[in-house]
Design a protein around this ligand. Structure first.
Ligand SMILES: Nc1ncnc2c1ncn2[C@@H]1O[C@H](COP(=O)(O)OP(=O)(O)OP(=O)(O)O)[C@@H](O)[C@H]1O
Length: 257
């Protein structure tokens, strides 16, 4: 198992955002986390990356307990994420944004070296090449010198993914990557996530676009008011009565209305 979430509960004062949630993700899977607004999905990402500390429960990454580790340590171990609200550096170029992502995992070893300046320069060059490769991967190579703030919304979302990949994660957490994207952008996002999977990266994705989730994910957990409502393959989730009632059915009604 790449990731094992065991009995995670998270309370914020009177609100219990997650109630005793468990699930496991296998190497190479694309795993979906879905549920209505406020179900606890982002809180789960925050618990995995320890931006918020779980009230109880444990999380294991490649068999090692990561609960309680500092967020940067968790990144170093190979978990990276994007955010629901884009968090790029608007006044840095696309290339610089990706290079910043790469720094988080090279700082310790290389910069402590005795041959500091020389190795720093080499490292900078290596980061730049890697960043260019990643920009090509997400289809932004011709935009590399543009400020992030000048990129279209869908491009910014892809840039966030490139930045997250810069630290060589083995587990990538994507928080609503298709939000605000049109159909064409969503389709190229689908292809991109499939490519990332084929590179050997395991993916955990929060997404409201059901058509994307159902085509993309190998397995899915459904959260509702902090509780786990169901877990299974896309077809199992689509046919699950409780899920239809709590979530998919409601969406259908909304789309009919
Ligand atoms: N830092 C916090 N302090 C207090 N309450 C919080 C905090 N973070 C989340 N919550 C609450 O926890 C619950 C779950 O929120 P969360 O953002 O995890 O849901 P979500 O499933 O990601 O929703 P959405 O789809 O709208 O992003 C909500 O009731 C939210 O208000």
């Amino acid at each position: 198992m790449v990731l094992e979430v065991k009995n995670i509960t998270k309370s914020f004062g009177g609100i219990t955002a997650l109630k005793n949630i468990s699930f496991s993700i296998q190497q190479g899977e694309i795993y979906g986390l879905i549920g209505p607004n406020g179900a606890g999905k982002t809180t789960m990402f925050n618990c995995i990356t320890n931006l918020v500390e779980p009230t109880s429960g444990e999380i294991f990454f490649n068999g090692e307990k990561i609960t309680g580790l500092k967020p940067y340590k968790i990144t170093e171990k190979g978990i990276c994420r994007t955010y629901q609200n884009i968090r790029l550096f608007p006044k840095l170029t696309a290339l610089q944004n990706v290079m910043v992502g790469g720094h988080s995992r090279v700082n310790s070893g290389v910069f402590r070296s005795v041959l500091r300046v020389k190795s720093q320069k080499k490292e900078e060059q290596r980061l730049k090449e890697k960043a260019e490769e990643l920009l090509a991967l997400v289809g932004l190579e011709q935009w590399k010198d543009q400020f992030a703030e000048n990129l279209a919304y869908g491009q910014q979302r892809r840039l966030e993914i490139a930045r997250a990949l810069a630290s060589n994660p083995t587990l990538l957490l994507l928080d609503e990557p298709a939000a605000g994207m049109n159909e064409t952008e969503t389709e190229s996002l689908f292809e991109l996530i499939k490519t990332i999977q084929s590179m050997g990266v395991t993916v955990l994705i929060i997404e409201h676009d059901m058509s994307l989730v159902m085509r993309l994910c190998d397995r899915i957990t459904v959260l509702n008011f902090g509780e786990k409502l169901a877990e299974g393959k896309p077809e199992e989730i689509q046919n699950n009565e409780a899920v239809i009632e709590a979530y998919l059915g409601k969406e259908e009604e909304e789309s009919i209305a």
